[in-house]
Design a protein around this ligand. Structure first.
Ligand code: 2HA
Ligand code: ZN
Length: 275
């Protein structure tokens, strides 16, 4: 068996959580990530027949039975993942009945998966239905995105349009826009269901006055989506109190989408604040 600490999925998870912590997005135990893995990626590092512990999921994850996930632990700090991955991460398989997690590695102090795991699994299910290559669900609390939640209407059409106007690259990076949920109680199956519903349509979902969810085929893709939203939100927050004398106009947004060959949400253009 190879040493799992050398596995690319562990190294990438350590690097990503460390970067997110240092960007100030993941204070204390804020944020959580789940990464879907193939059996052939896991089996060089672990005897996949050897289950360390079985942990009840608390909801029905059938449809994902037999799938492997690397998941950040509940109560764990992103700050600490890179220094102690075996304690702060867990590698698990969803049981055949979809009701339990079979722990194969990690959570070494007796811990378990993030409290947001229902939202993650439901979001994985929703994204896999539209993109079979989706592997990552990422939740975090980026500072400027959160600040913008308090001063901008929490409405997906105008929120997306404002973000698109803040940096030229935005409409190219997330032409599908940003879904928005109102403030909801976190850690529940109802916020999980609401997130998954949005994930059928968007790779990015704002949790009002809490944070953001991103989905992608790789950790870099999910991170890059959130990073781009956060940059745009930062520009917005640095300028929102000043008179705006220039903007990227809708016809320029359309030209960008056409030039880069992306299909944008045309129904998100033409916001009243542009005129
Ligand atoms: O894992 O961010 O939403 C801590 C959180 C809960
Ligand atoms: Zn959170």
């Amino acid at each position: 068996m190879k040493n799992i600490l050398d596995a690319p999925f562990i190294r990438q998870m350590c690097a990503t959580t460390g970067n997110m912590y240092r960007l100030g997005w993941d204070e204390r135990n804020g944020g959580n990530i789940s990464l879907l893995l193939d059996e052939c990626e896991v089996s060089p590092y672990l005897d996949i027949r050897h289950i360390l512990r079985t942990i009840p999921l608390g909801f029905d994850a059938s449809g994902l039975a037999g799938k492997f996930f690397l998941v950040t632990g509940t109560g764990k700090y992103f700050k600490n993942v890179e220094h102690d991955p075996a304690n702060n991460l867990g590698l698990l398989r969803i049981s055949n009945d979809g009701k339990k997690a079979e722990l194969l590695w990690g959570y070494s102090d007796g811990g378990k998966f993030t409290s947001e795991f229902p939202a993650h699994l439901m979001s994985h299910r929703a994204r896999l239905a539209v993109d079979p290559q989706n592997r990552v669900i990422m939740h975090t609390h980026p500072t400027y995105t959160l600040a913008m939640n308090y001063v901008h209407p929490l409405e997906e059409r105008s929120f997306t349009h404002t973000l698109w106007q803040m940096c030229t690259e935005c409409i190219v990076v997330f032409p599908d826009g940003v879904g928005v949920l109102p403030w909801m109680l976190c850690g529940t199956t109802s916020i999980g269901e609401a997130t998954a519903k949005k994930m059928a349509e968007f790779r990015l979902v704002i949790w009002g006055m809490h944070g953001i969810y991103g989905a992608g085929r790789t950790l870099d893709e999910a991170f890059g989506l959130i990073e781009t939203v956060e940059k745009a939100a930062q520009v917005y927050m640095l300028t929102a109190h000043l008179p705006r004398i220039n903007t990227i106009r809708d016809e320029e947004l359309i030209a960008l989408a056409e030039h880069f060959g992306v299909t944008c949400r045309r129904d998100f253009l033409g916001s009243p604040e542009q005129d």
